[in-house]
Design a protein around this ligand. Structure first.
Ligand SMILES: Cc1cc2nc3c(=O)[nH]c(=O)nc-3n(C[C@H](O)[C@H](O)[C@H](O)COP(=O)(O)OP(=O)(O)OC[C@H]3O[C@@H](n4cnc5c(N)ncnc54)[C@H](O)[C@@H]3O)c2cc1C
Ligand code: SF4
Length: 496
């Protein structure tokens, strides 16, 4: 087991066969399933015809970063594929990643700088997929954009959450190079609210986009929580990702030679399992408080819904034990202040609540416990204190349907506004599209840029009352190649 990406490239002939299974159905429900409204039947058809260059153009028309979604998306599109009613769905995600990988390999992904600058400035705070998508759209619309990131490297959870075995970081690097060549500026190692106050940032820029993620972890406040050896998943995953990037992490948290228990059954838990196995854990046990989901689509979640079914990720295939209906009631110490075991009871449902059933307690040995129980929302102190932003009862930064906060010129996108979610949603929010009815229109299959106006409208709204005409790109990948000279003509050059 190594740290290289676990996914293998699909045989081109098989890929074409899969793309050819797409039926070009009258109402392609996969559009509806994909939060980006990806034009799936169109790029399936182009792949089947071996027209890779045209396929990447159609894919980029709605998705800024298909190399991320093609590897990491749970593919709700496949749950709503019409073929899926009575046979396996088209492997849409596999086609997606193959299109973009081929495009990078052939040099078809070029920078698309804007033709002119508007003279307006935007600060994007947070460099995860939402911040990057917003920055790319705004840069291409001609605004001068700086992305601020408190970590030492750009990428958000793509960089320091998701392990290399799920996505190697060269995927992030090559996209950042493209964005830099388009004119986006990156400022890593700057925490807004600490190094620069939110109010000062707001006064420096025409608009501010908050894309700071939902980073507050859900804790488990039970006896023994303060024992040594119990950590939040992100503390553990970040360290391994730093080591993977070549950093030296003194006293790295590692699973080597340990009995590891991961509490929480989602993506974060799976990433901890895969990381622990690679570090040489003795055993890895994964606890989930609820029922094991069914293997097949349950009747109350019919097609084309995305059903909650039993997921087996690559990390699960590699080993470890998954236990369901497991309620952790106490952490037990070894007398020296270190964790030695968990006391776990069977979960029972009482009036819809999950409670530990007394008399069912058992011990699970552990010398490393990783808490991967999700996140409770965005960090609030600085945003509340310095900008006066309200939060929703769920812990998200409050915003309206146009992503606007209660402060003029301050917008909220990605997990900061919707709670911990998915990369595909972060990109969709960062680069908002027009209503799905337009995006899914089959009446204009040959239209090159069905999203242009609305994309540019939302981008330009951020730049606040710009009187300068923007000759903006009209798809996420843009359709105008321009020289650097033209790009800067008629615009003041802004140093951010
Ligand atoms: C371990 C893990 C694995 C996941 N795996 C998957 C997966 O396989 N597939 C999937 O679809 N989704 C996955 N997700 C969810 C997905 O990563 C997130 O939904 C997505 O990254 C959210 O994007 P974002 O841009 O809103 O925020 P983030 O990616 O969280 O980025 C926010 C960035 O803002 C920075 N920041 C915060 N405050 C400040 C500040 N004051 N100043 C400067 N910078 C700041 C943070 O350092 C961070 O880099 C996973 C999540 C986790 C935690
Ligand atoms: S982004 Fe996700 S939902 Fe959309 S086409 Fe790709 S795999 Fe499917």
């Amino acid at each position: 087991m190594d740290w290289k990406e676990v996914y293998e490239q699909q045989d081109p002939a098989q890929l074409r066969r899969q793309a050819g299974r797409c039926m070009d159905c009258g109402v392609p429900f996969c559009h509806h399933g994909c939060p980006l409204g990806n034009l799936i039947p169109e790029w399936n058809d182009l792949t089947w015809r071996n027209e890779g260059r045209a396929a990447i153009e159609r894919l980029h028309a709605t998705n800024n970063f298909p190399e991320f979604t093609g590897r990491l998306c749970p593919a709700p599109c496949e749950s709503s594929c019409v073929l899926g009613i009575n046979q396996p769905a088209v492997t849409i995600k596999q086609v997606e990643v193959s299109i973009i990988d081929q495009a990078w390999a052939n040099g078809w992904v070029a920078p698309h700088p804007p033709e002119r600058l508007t003279g307006k400035t935007v600060a994007v705070v947070g460099s995860g997929p939402a911040g990057l998508a917003a920055a790319q759209q705004l840069t291409r619309a001609g605004h001068t954009v700086a992305v601020y990131e408190r970590d030492d490297r750009i990428g958000g959870l793509l960089r320091y959450g998701i392990p290399d075995f799920k996505m190697e970081k060269k995927q992030v690097e090559q996209r950042l190079n493209q964005m830099q060549a388009e004119g986006t500026r990156f400022r890593a190692g700057v925490e807004i609210g600490v190094d620069i106050s939110w109010s000062e940032l707001r006064s420096r820029y025409d608009a501010v986009v908050i894309a700071t993620g939902a980073t507050v972890p859900r804790d488990i406040p039970i006896p023994g929580r303060d024992l040594l050896g119990i950590h939040f998943a992100m503390d553990y995953l970040v360290q391994q990702n730093k080591v993977g990037a070549g950093d030296v992490v003194p006293q790295q948290l590692t699973a080597e030679g340990k009995h590891v228990v991961v509490i929480g059954g989602g993506d974060t838990g799976a990433d901890c399992i895969g990381t622990a196995h690679r570090q040489g854990a003795l055993t890895v046990t994964n606890l989930a408080i609820g029922y094991q989901p069914p293997s097949d689509r349950p009747e109350d979640q019919p097609w084309p819904m995305m059903p909650q079914i039993f997921e087996v990720s690559s990390a699960h295939e590699e080993g470890g034990e998954r236990q369901y209906l497991a309620s952790t009631v106490e952490f037990l110490g070894n007398g020296a202040g270190e964790v030695r075991a968990l006391r776990v009871a069977e979960t029972e449902y009482v009036d819809g609540r999950r409670v530990p059933k007394s008399g069912t307690e058992r011990e699970i040995p552990a010398d490393l416990v990783l808490i991967a129980m999700g996140f409770t929302g965005a960090e609030r102190d600085a945003l509340e204190g310095q900008l006066g932003l309200p939060f929703t009862p769920r812990g998200d930064v409050a915003r309206d349907e146009d992503y606007a906060s209660n402060q003029p010129g301050v917008f909220v996108t990605g997990d900061a506004g919707r709670g911990q979610s998915l990369i595909v949603w972060a990109i969709a929010e960062g680069a908002p599209r027009p209503p799905r009815s337009i995006a899914t229109s089959r009446a204009r299959p040959s239209c090159r840029a069905p999203f242009g106006r609305a994309t540019v409208r939302s981008a330009s709204r951020l730049a606040l009352h710009s009187h300068t005409t923007t000759t903006a790109t009209t798809t996420t990948e843009g359709s105008h190649e321009t020289s650097q000279d033209r790009r800067h003509s008629g615009a003041r050059h802004l140093e951010l």
